[in-house]
Design a protein around this ligand. Structure first.
Ligand code: GLU
Length: 600
């Protein structure tokens, strides 16, 4: 989210509790500069944050591999991007192993406690679903976090450095501090009323009752101590030990201030996560989704993310059309329509526990053929479009009923790392909404997620079953789409983005831009975005509307939104050259870096 006019002059604020806020110009290593594009050799890193990118690059420089660097960078994002990432959340990691030439995944998605039922987000007093923010800022929305075990499991399987060592740079950044930028201050400002409900959160992020001023240094010594404790004791201290106890206490007894501010209109409900829920958390390693697109092999994230199937299905539909020979507007028309069709199917069929057979059919070329015949080159389909019937028997263009559209939030972050050996990590991590559930675990310095609000609160599919209702031990459907594309079994590019359900369209549009529309990867990432998720209107950045709307066939409607996504990616060029790319503008711009400019 682009912060609007915020926080003008930097003020020196007194330090509060364990948190230090001070004017800039302290004896701290100069912060690295942000640069959205870098080309070179020997390894590459792209994240949304210059400090995290520098940390990842340093790990590569010292001989660490892509997995080591990805974990160190992600831990750093937990400090500098705490409203999007951290050990209170979850995520999905896709890994290309250069030695075996295989793609693997880790599903570190948060999980509903065993007490959860289909009516988790239905108010028992009224029988109505809670308003989103009432559900979000509560203990009910907190899923058992998966991020720390994602890091450990990735390092155990493919890393070359211990977790304790990969937490050190992040620990140092938390202890010595980082500079508050506009994006950070804007994210606090947007959450001010919610954060003010919790002494732990306001103590850390609302010094003196206000968002920290741009340009000041923020330290998080509680998080530094948390990282040190995990480094000493291992992940059990979180899942079975004292940090876990504090997580459970926060969920079960939200640390609300004695006099809740009038600005927050909802009661803060408690959740029912237990010691057993926490201790039984495991990551999973589903086989990645695969779809072949114009000679490339596109690998993505399987359920509980809908990213891999939705991106893959849309690509399979688009492959039926020669986008490269069309005008840009015609090609984008097909992109928007394919996206709507894929979203109708995602909403109807995809969630944690979708039968593998259904997922296979959704990604089959025969099914894509049936879906593709719905697209009219001369007019946009009325939205919502109906889901198809992925039953294995395909032919003409059948008809049926409707779908939901929601979540375009942006509380997530993405990073891409490649190393000198050719291994690649594409990793999207999140605490769901920007600012998660608003509760910093007291004394531990990290926010909890509100990931369970990614479940549908009530059935959305009419008389058909809804694949994404809450249930005990279930993982909410995600849209996260970390994607690795191979050409002849070797990495061609890797890309991912935050943005709630717009993640799917951002990754899809970036692939279409790069593969079909003749753009370079930096152009493909910077190009104006639109997100058609089977809603009556397509969400679009203003520049998309001004550049393309006039050339589209009739029937498209748009609603403008200031920005969509905050992607990162790496393209693998000839001779081992890597092109690392982050956003030039969105969310304040990201940071790309390569190990060395020249080949030697
Ligand atoms: N919780 C969302 C998902 O898993 C991501 C939220 C975001 O990107 O802002 O799809």
């Amino acid at each position: 989210m682009r912060p609007s006019a915020l926080v003008a002059a930097a003020t020196v604020l007194a330090s509060v509790g364990t948190v230090g806020i001070s004017a800039p110009a302290r004896a701290r290593a100069a912060e690295p500069r942000k640069q959205p594009v870098a080309v070179g050799y020997g390894g590459a890193v792209a994240t949304v944050d210059a400090t995290a990118t520098a940390v990842g690059l340093d790990v590569l420089k010292r001989g660490g591999n892509a997995v080591d660097a990805a974990v160190a960078a992600a831990a750093t994002l937990g400090v500098t991007e705490p409203f999007s990432a951290g050990i209170g959340g979850g995520g999905f990691l896709v890994y290309y192993d250069a030695r075996t030439r295989r793609v693997h995944t880790i599903d570190g998605r948060e999980t509903a406690p065993m007490s959860a039922t289909e009516t988790l987000f239905v108010d028992p007093a009224t029988g109505q679903p809670y308003p989103f923010d009432a559900a979000r800022i509560s203990g009910l929305s907190v899923g058992v976090p998966g991020t720390l075990l994602t890091w450990r499991d990735a390092l155990d399987r493919w890393g070359s450095r211990p977790l304790a060592q990969m937490l050190q740079p992040a620990e140092r950044v938390a202890r010595t501090g980082f500079t508050v930028d506009e994006t950070f201050a804007g994210q606090v400002a947007a959450n001010q009323a919610a954060f003010a409900q919790f002494s732990s959160t306001s103590g850390l992020y609302l010094p003196g009752g206000r968002p920290p001023a741009v340009g000041t240094t923020l330290r998080n010594s509680d998080l530094a101590a948390t990282y040190r404790l995990i480094a000493q004791r291992g992940t059990d201290v979180f899942y079975r030990g004292q940090i876990g106890r504090d997580v459970l206490a926060t969920v079960q007894h939200p640390p609300t201030v004695a006099q809740p501010g009038a600005a927050w209109p909802y009661p803060v409900r408690a959740g029912a996560m237990t010691t057993t829920d926490l201790a039984s958390y495991r990551t999973r390693s589903p086989v990645p989704t695969r779809s072949d697109y114009r000679g490339y092999e596109v690998y993505g994230m399987a359920t509980p993310s809908s990213g891999g199937t939705a991106v893959g299905e849309a690509l399979n539909i688009l492959e039926r059309f020669d986008l490269a020979s069309m005008t840009t507007s015609q090609a984008l028309h097909h992109y928007l329509e394919a996206s709507a069709l894929a979203f109708a199917d995602r909403n109807r069929y995809v969630g944690d526990g979708t039968p593998r057979r259904t997922l296979r059919e959704l990604l089959s070329d025969a099914y894509a053929g049936e879906r593709a015949c719905r697209i009219d080159p001369a007019a946009a389909l009325p939205k919502p479009v109906d889901p198809g019937v992925p039953d294995g028997s395909y032919g003409g263009c059948p008809a049926a009923p409707a779908a939901d559209i929601r979540d375009d939030r942006t509380g997530t972050t993405n990073l891409t790392v490649a190393d000198r050996w050719g291994n690649v990590v594409e990793y999207t991590l999140t605490i769901e909404a920007t600012g998660g559930n608003g509760m910093v675990v007291p004394g531990r310095g990290f926010l909890l997620n509100n990931e369970l609000t990614d479940f549908n609160f009530v059935p959305t599919q009419g008389s058909a079953p809804d694949p994404n209702l809450p249930a005990a031990g279930k993982r909410p459907r995600s849209s996260m789409s970390p994607t690795i594309v191979l050409a002849d079994g070797r990495p061609f590019l890797a890309v991912g983005s935050p943005g709630g359900a717009t993640i799917i369209t951002t990754v899809l549009q970036t692939l279409v831009n790069r593969i079909d529309l003749g753009m370079s990867l930096p152009q493909a990432l910077a190009a104006p975005r639109a997100s058609q998720r089977n809603g009556a209107a397509t969400q679009a950045e203003p520049a998309f509307i001004t550049s393309y709307a006039d050339g589209l066939p009739p029937g498209h409607a748009f609603t403008a939104t200031s920005e969509i996504g905050a992607a990162t990616g790496i393209e693998f060029l000839r001779g081992g050259q890597m092109l690392a790319v982050a956003e030039p503008e969105r969310r304040g711009g990201g940071a790309a870096a390569v190990l060395s400019r020249s080949h030697h």
